[in-house]
Design a protein around this ligand. Structure first.
Ligand code: 13P
Ligand code: SF4
Length: 315
């Protein structure tokens, strides 16, 4: 972005004037995380969107995140300062796909990862994020069929850790995380043989390589959401940590523990959709109506419960 600092004061004034709050996902560029009020992973930001007193939520992330904020706070103004901040994982299943899949398994409980459109959430029973997917699946009795969507790597991981015997998994993927592949991981592990590993469960290397590792190496692997990675970074005693996720988070990990060498498993794993916001658009999103999220009322009515259960599993 062109000189984002020049916008900082103007932006803070506009945020104050509009009684707004800026939420930014951990994959956002550093300049956005610096001007944000709150940064975090999908679950944490959803909780913040539900609980904030602000009247406008500026969501610096991608569309499904802003839509989730709108579902949790339907009476607030939610803006996404980019027209084309989509998500290849969310795009890997449509509402029509899910309707057809449900027709084949009419008794199944539908568990949708938060990386889905509001229309897909409207056809789902409960949503989850990378922070709580195993807990959500574990809460479903073993005899019940589950349709888990849309991420195949997260799905396989959750199936493995929960041992749920009745899961069907949609074969979707995020193109950025899928390219954090078994081969790339093997190469980095050869380069840093004693490093520990933080792996986002959407990664292409989640299922195969990691589960083939020797038991001694398994102790060094953690499957984590992005907030959990930052928490782990603060307390790690390792000198080298391999990081398998989108590279926007590396600045946060390094800031959390400057002593440690954090190495990206794929240094080119950059999400194009997370990098669409410009300083001009961020400012404009507060002052114009162009970027407002508006959802069909029926969709809101049907999708709301699934996301409410995601942020509060006691519901
Ligand atoms: P979390 O930040 O919730 O771990 O998820 C990452 C993600 O997939 C965002 O696109
Ligand atoms: Fe979607 Fe992947 Fe980008 Fe996350 S990193 S927003 S899952 S395309």
């Amino acid at each position: 972005p062109q000189n984002p600092l020049a916008y900082e004061r103007q932006l803070r004034e506009a945020v104050h004037q509009h009684h707004a709050i800026i939420l930014a996902h951990n994959y956002q560029p550093a300049w956005i995380k610096r001007v944000a009020d709150i940064t975090g992973d999908s679950l944490y930001l959803s909780q913040q969107a539900r609980d904030t007193d602000a009247t406008t939520i500026v969501f610096c992330g991608v569309r499904f995140m802003a839509e989730t904020a709108k579902l949790l706070s339907p009476h607030k103004r939610v803006v996404l300062p980019a027209d084309d901040a989509e998500c290849s994982l969310a795009d890997s299943i449509t509402a029509a796909d899910l309707l057809a899949w449900r027709a084949q398994h009419p008794e199944a409980i539908v568990v949708a990862y938060v990386n889905t459109s509001a229309a897909v959430k409207a056809l789902s029973d409960v949503c989850c994020t990378s922070s709580n997917a195993p807990e959500v699946v574990s809460s479903i009795p073993a005899e019940r069929e589950i349709l888990f969507l849309p991420d195949q790597f997260l799905g396989a991981h959750v199936q493995r850790v929960t041992g749920h015997p009745n899961m069907h998994i949609w074969m979707g993927e995020c193109h950025v995380h899928a390219d954090i592949s078994p081969d790339r991981l093997r190469a980095k592990m050869n380069e840093y043989p004693s490093a520990s590993l933080m792996v986002h469960p959407e990664c292409g290397c989640t299922t195969s390589t990691l589960y083939e590792l020797a038991d001694s190496a398994q102790d060094r692997v953690r499957f984590l959401s992005t907030n959990q990675m930052i928490a782990e970074a603060r307390k790690t005693t390792q000198d080298h940590v391999l990081v398998a996720t989108e590279v926007g988070i590396l600045s946060d990990l390094r800031a959390a523990n400057p002593r440690v060498h954090f190495e990206a498993v794929n240094p080119r794993a950059e999400c194009p959709y997370m990098n669409r916001i410009t300083p001009e658009r961020l400012l404009e999103s507060l002052t114009s109506t162009r970027d407002e999220i508006s959802l069909d009322e029926t969709v809101v009515g049907q999708a709301r419960r699934a996301v409410e259960r995601m942020v509060d599993p006691s519901l």
